[in-house]
Design a protein around this ligand. Structure first.
Ligand SMILES: [Zn+2]
Length: 104
């Protein structure tokens, strides 16, 4: 199962633990890059054109699941995070293992 990359109005959320911020993304990309060398031989990639891209897996950094990451609307999460902040919950780690919220 491949997880779609979120568009600008979306983000990822792990349905297993609630993680919103940390994911390992395995993807294959075919690109054309502009490599700009300096006179010493070091280089910087100044332009990257992505010609093809396949996301193979998106794995939650917290619980390790790669079958539970879902695309959600940022606006929905924003409301949840605002509510969590109001309730004193760590907004960046709403369901982090070890907190009460992570218990099933
Ligand atoms: Zn997770």
């Amino acid at each position: 199962m491949s997880t779609p990359i979120p568009d600008p109005a979306q983000r990822w959320r792990c349905g297993g633990c609630g993680n919103l911020t940390r994911f390992d993304v395995r993807r294959t990309r075919r690109t054309t890059e502009f490599w700009h060398f300096d006179l010493a031989g070091g280089h910087a990639v100044e332009e990257t054109e992505v010609e093809a891209e396949t996301v193979e897996s998106v794995t939650c950094r917290w619980c390790g699941r790669d079958d539970a990451v879902e695309v959600v609307a940022r606006a929905d999460v924003g409301a949840d995070v605002a509510a969590d902040v109001a309730a004193g919950v760590d907004a960046e780690h709403p369901g982090r293992p070890g907190t009460a919220a992570a218990q099933p």
